[in-house]
Each structure stands twice: as C-alpha cells, then as structure tokens.
Design a protein around this ligand. Structure first.
Ligand code: SF4
Length: 64
C-alpha cells in the first residue's frame, strides 16, 4: 500500500489524524494533513482505507 494526499484539497477536519494517527498528522500552523507513514504495515490497511473513504474532500489516495 502507498498513501498520498493532495494538501490543496484538505479542509483540515482532522478526521484522518484522529482515526489513524500512526499514518496521518496535521501541520501545526494550518492543520493541513501530513502523511507520516507513506507505506503503512498491513495491520493498518483497513483503517487507512476507511479514513480515505471518510475524508470529506477526497484528499487521501491509496494505491496497492
Ligand atoms: S480527513 Fe481529509 S480533509 Fe480531513 S484532515 Fe484528513 S485529509 Fe484533510
């Protein structure tokens, strides 16, 4: 799995960082999403996919 984001789309909701803090964080100033782990381990894949589905702006892209 490879995780990428388009920060221009992010509305800084923080949902992804709350649900998978191992993979997503937020910029301290603007709260825009940061990817902390671009290739997360298999144990996190379901949660990462769920976070991508729930992102209100479609910012998160997941490739296998
Ligand atoms: S859930 Fe989407 S919009 Fe919200 S912080 Fe994460 S990437 Fe940004």
């Amino acid at each position: 799995m490879h995780v990428s984001v388009d920060p221009e789309k992010c509305c800084s909701s923080g949902l992804c960082a709350l649900s998978v803090p191992e993979v997503f964080g937020q910029d301290e100033r603007e709260c825009v999403v940061l990817v902390l782990t671009f290739e997360p381990p298999a144990a996190l894949h379901d949660r990462v996919r769920a976070a991508a589905r729930r992102c209100p702006t479609g910012t998160i892209e997941v490739r296998d």
